[in-house]
Design a protein around this ligand. Structure first.
Ligand SMILES: *Cc1c(COP(=O)(O)O)cnc(C)c1O
Length: 345
């Protein structure tokens, strides 16, 4: 196979059909063998459960070329177990975790020529997802499901360089206490689209959500967890008392990286008023795609505005160190002491 002839550096975060997807069906209480397909469409009943009662969960990870030329991915076991947790919460049959990892390897290997070269900044985004295909009209879980993985090459996240973004505080809620905020389900995104469009129309990159019970504590943005650095230099990770923050794999990895670097890491509930009082000097949003996006400002008339003095224009020193270390481990420049990198080809 030869590499696709793409301008890797100028790709954006969009969908482009590749050679193969992976598909596996659940029926009569069991997953079938599963395998690759060149059919990038889905056909199902007009009465499929996903279309009515929204049984759908998904994952996101990336495959990329390491410095030594290997095609690798980052901690797919974490995506496998989180997807199984998400599925159980929506009464869907969890996709077997070892089969998940095999499927990721199979579909990435089959699409090897779509994996961007080292140094391009681009990656092959891997999107596993599963949904109810079984017929449901009265409210109940379906009995048939489809698991798929699509892959698509996406461009470098920081195109315009490492520029700090300005976000706002949403007046809507993302996740109910003891609701579905801690699982990766499409339904959590459907209701965030309206506040997202509103934030954009007002010139903001993202929404920060507060806990919906008291509207006091910092939770996360629509699709990324929050990291903070306080005036004393501690890395502070907001925790939810009501299980409404999505357990980001990037965040959990950065907490480990921070500890490995000798940082003092504190995971605790954080009040928004602490931010307004100027207790924190850096802020970042973390997720698979960007690793860490620096936040320079939070603007809100209602809740108060914040400037992160050590990272107002570009990443502050702590966020930069964390990002450089994690991306260094991912590309193979820094030793992978925790066994996070999985070789595919
Ligand atoms: C996927 C996601 C994240 C980031 O998780 P990663 O595993 O780091 O990619 C954060 N918040 C929400 C709501 C998400 O859906």
């Amino acid at each position: 196979m030869t590499k696709q002839n793409l301008d890797w550096g100028s790709l954006d975060f969009g969908y482009r059909e590749t050679s193969y997807s992976y598909v596996c069906n659940y029926k009569d209480g069991a997953w079938d063998e599963g395998g690759l397909t060149t059919d990038h469409t889905v056909t199902m009943s007009e009465c499929a459960g996903i279309l009515h009662y929204c049984q759908e969960v998904f994952e996101g990870l990336k495959a990329y070329t390491a410095e030594n030329g290997d095609i690798v991915c980052f901690r797919p076991d974490m995506n496998a177990s989180r997807m199984a947790d998400s599925a159980r919460r929506l009464v869907m049959p969890p996709f077997p975790e070892d089969k998940f990892i095999e499927a990721v390897k199979m579909v990435v290997e089959a699409n090897k020529d779509w994996v961007p070269p080292f140094g391009s900044g681009a990656t092959l985004y891997v999107r596993p997802y599963m949904f109810a295909t079984g017929i449901v009209i009265g409210v109940k879980p379906a009995t048939e499901y489809q698991f798929r993985i699509l892959v698509t090459p996406v461009g470098p996240y920081f195109k315009g360089g490492d520029t700090a973004i300005t976000i706002t505080v949403a007046d809507f809620d993302r996740a109910a206490p003891r609701g579905t905020g801690d699982i990766k389900a499409g339904l959590n995104y459907a209701m965030s689209l309206h506040p997202y469009e509103e934030a954009h129309a007002n010139g903001y990159s993202e929404n920060l959500y507060l806990d919906s019970a008291t509207r006091t504590y910092v939770e996360e943005t629509g699709g990324a967890n929050v990291l903070l650095v306080d005036k004393q230099g501690n890395l502070v990770v907001p925790q939810s008392a009501t299980n409404s923050i999505l357990p980001s794999i990037t965040r959990r990895s950065l907490v480990q990286v921070g500890r490995d670097l000798g940082m003092n890491v504190i995971e605790r509930p954080v009040k928004y008023e602490e931010l307004v009082a100027g207790e924190f000097v850096e802020c970042g949003l973390c997720g698979t795609a960007a690793v860490i996006s620096p936040v320079g400002h939070i603007e809100s008339e209602k809740y108060g505005s914040v400037t992160f003095v050590d990272g107002a224009e570009t990443s502050g020193p702590v966020m930069r160190k964390l990002r450089e270390t994690l991306t260094g481990i991912q590309t193979g420049k820094i030793a992978d002491e925790h066994g996070w990198i999985v070789k595919i080809a």
